[in-house]
Design a binder for this molecule. Structure first.
Ligand code: NAP
Length: 485
């Protein structure tokens, strides 16, 4: 019998009001139910917001360094369970065990980083024009914040939203993705065991539509931080702005890697394989377009295909596996449908392109890492997010053409260049329309202590992670204090 997991509301693990539940299935082995989770509705969200609102004044009154101590303790608790949490994540999301374990470690680092922010939270002291007047700013928490997270980083994203929100003095209501809720519950459990007061952290699982609508409509909601698809993000943006809520949206991408003619071809191929296929291409920062200068196109393609064909696809719990399954049947179908669309639009299938079948592949949603050549800028495979292991290759006539192609999409999350030409690299940094820019590195693989976020249709609102993350979760107040009358 699979375990049943409850909501966490007001310091108690509770069933949802209707007692309905949904199953979370292992995408590498659909016979395995990872757990049953609460299919919550508006009443449960109401209870979570009531608890969060009641707890917020006392939590905000606690000195920030003491709030930070809870995060340090939770990090220690998670670290003591690192191995089992990594394994659970592989079972619920499908990414390989090393990838999953590294993600839990990242969540731990995030809790420690923001625990430390409790003792920093720097403000400004600004000189006054007037005598005996002392001017400074202070940060105040917003109140109750709502957090909605996706399945692809089921531990890191809940951590990078909860940690800054909490250390700043907010209380939170979290709705994790239905395809991978367990990793988020484990962080909440660690916060509970660290002694975080009742009501400060609340988590409600359930379908995005029902739970999300109730969250957006709740009068106690002061701000919403969302990571997920552009489609859902746009919907939430409309609702949130109607209520004049502070809102932060991190959404899709169509991230390019430009490879210039001077690049080392083996390094470029390794960077592309890493960016496009690790985590099954299911990273918002994954590379889905390689833009290659014409003189090296064929030589790079040959290396790329050889490396891609050598990738080991399978159950991420098995040693040596480099790419796990698609997260569910719907995502697998999306991947396959884009493969079909690309061929119909005239792109050339260079490798992969099929669902993997036979033996243990029949138990899961496995797909070959796939590369298309002959892709032109207007094709859907060059414009739309697939969110799977599908890489489109475009030829650039020169550097300016490469920049034009790279910027010619609605998204602007991450972008990379492979080159040793210092001048070109600087021009790329200045001209590329992306929030995350890497040089001689994959488009994916960001670190927790630096700001994270995109531009154009990829993001709305302030940055996540690093010190800038606190800006979203706090309001600045300005004080003019005349100390001698
Ligand atoms: P999604 O379908 O948009 O879901 C994200 C979250 O929103 C889930 O918790 C989902 O709940 C919830 N949701 C769905 N419909 C909702 C509604 N009407 N109201 C409120 N909440 C709703 O995205 P996903 O498939 O989980 O994640 C993949 C997407 O996330 C990709 O587009 C990827 O690029 C993006 N992503 C972006 C970043 C970034 O930082 N830019 C990072 C990671 C992922 P259910 O799970 O219950 O449906």
């Amino acid at each position: 019998m699979p375990s049943t997991f409850l909501n966490f509301i007001g310091g108690e693990w509770v069933a949802c009001r209707t007692s309905a539940s949904f199953a979370n299935v292992n995408p590498a082995n659909v016979d395995e139910v990872v757990g049953l989770f609460q299919a919550s509705a508006a009443d449960d969200i109401g209870a979570a917001f009531a608890a969060a609102a009641a707890a917020q004044p006392a939590w905000a009154a606690l000195p920030a360094p003491r709030r930070g101590e809870y995060l340090f303790k939770a990090a220690e608790i998670l670290e003591s369970r690192l191995a089992s949490l990594g394994e659970e994540m592989t079972r619920e999301e499908g990414k390989t065990l090393p990838e999953a374990t590294a993600e839990v470690k990242r969540a731990i680092n995030i809790l420690r980083y923001f625990g430390g922010e409790g003792a920093r939270q720097f403000n400004h002291q600004i000189p006054s024009e007037r005598e005996n007047v002392f001017c400074f700013t202070i940060r105040k928490p917003l109140g109750v914040v709502g957090l909605i997270t996706p399945w692809n980083f089921p531990s890191a994203i809940p951590a990078w939203k909860m940690a800054p929100a909490l250390v700043a003095g907010n209380t939170v209501v979290l709705k994790p993705a239905s395809l991978a809720p367990l990793s988020a519950l484990r962080i909440v459990q660690a916060l509970e065991q660290a002694g975080v007061p009742a009501g400060v952290v609340n988590v409600v699982t359930g379908g995005g539509g029902a739970v999300g609508d109730a969250m957006l409509a709740h009068p106690a909601l002061r701000a919403l931080s969302f990571t997920g698809s552009t489609e859902v993000g746009n919907l939430l943006h409309e609702k949130a702005t109607r209520r004049k809520l502070r809102v932060q949206l991190e959404m899709g991408g169509k991230n390019p890697t430009i490879v210039l003619a001077d690049a080392d071809l083996d390094s470029a191929a390794a960077i592309l394989v890493n960016g496009a296929f690790f985590s099954t291409g299911q990273k918002c920062t994954a590379c889905s377009r390689a833009i290659i200068e014409r003189p090296i196109y064929q030589a790079l393609v040959d290396r790329l295909i050889a490396k891609t064909r050598a990738l080991k696809v399978g159950n991420g719990l098995e040693p040596g596996i480099e790419m796990g399954p698609a997260v569910d049947e719907a995502q697998l179908r999306t991947d396959l449908s884009y493969i079909d669309i690309a061929q119909k639009e005239g792109a050339t299938l260079l490798c992969g392109g099929h669902r993997l079948t036979g033996g243990s592949y029949d138990k899961g949603y496995f797909i070959e890492p796939t590369i298309f050549g002959g892709v032109t800028a207007e094709m859907r495979i060059a414009q739309e997010e697939v969110f799977g292991p599908v890489l489109a290759l475009l030829v650039a006539d020169d550097f300016d053409d490469a920049i034009r192609l790279a910027n010619g999409v609605k998204f602007g999350l991450s972008a990379s260049i492979v080159s040793n030409n210092l001048s070109r690299v600087h021009q790329f940094v200045n001209r590329i329309e992306a929030g995350l820019i890497t040089v001689n590195l994959p488009t994916a693989g960001v670190e927790y202590q630096l700001p994270f976020g995109g531009t154009k249709a990829s993001s709305v609102g302030m940055r996540e992670q690093g010190q800038l993350a606190l800006d979203f979760y706090t309001e600045s107040r300005t004080v003019y204090l005349k100390h001698t009358i």
